[in-house]
Design a protein around this ligand. Sequence first.
Ligand code: PXP
Length: 236
Amino acid sequence: MSCRLSVNINKIATLRNARGHDLPNVVQVARDCETFGAQGITVHPRPDERHIRYQDVLDLAGIVTTELNIEGYPSQRFIDLALLVKPTQVTLVPDKPDAITSDAGWNTVKHASFLKEVVQTLNSSGIRTSIFTDPDLQMIEHAALCDCQRIELYTEKYARHSNPVQAIAPYVEAACRATSLGLEVNAGHDLNLINLPYFHRTIPCLKEVSIGHALICDALYYGLQNTIQLYLKCLQ
Ligand code: PXP
């Protein structure tokens, strides 16, 4: 398989939480995403559980048949959850508890020993580990020293730039350096139907993109099944 599409379903939980009942049902939506072609499901449980709840992750663990990716800040509670669920992948994100969304990659120099310890714990449980990074060569080189298997390139700067050709240059360099260090490359944040094709075409070594906000917004207009198919076409 070339680049997998992992659908981030946090927004589904946000919608459910707005009413306090169980509509939409997160587990059913995850099942449907897979039926409609998603090759992975991503969840980002935050400490205050304002989107995905820890219980959702436990429920999803039993039904996801593709790849479950749990992303978030590796607090002890988060690590305990990951060790219990044993997802295919954990993506380590340095987000603050009250962050609206992830807004930076790791400083892998400053947090080297912490990250190494976390990666070791997850790897010893057979969980693939990915470190969320900016397209910064030094950060990627130090991520490789943590023994993770992948990095996830933080794509907001690319997605928001007015000139994609200019914006993608550091990502190409970052992906090449990661590959040369034996790391596989994921990407995510602010990717959408407009900016994804060029990103994917220009960085052909991509293993996975995880997409939430834009995909769920598109689904309001095109429906979830059509939307997932449209994103899959961008990755062909
Ligand atoms: N990757 C990480 C680490 C994230 O925190 C998020 C947002 O939760 C995404 C990818 C997906 O970003 P978006 O919702 O903009 O598609």
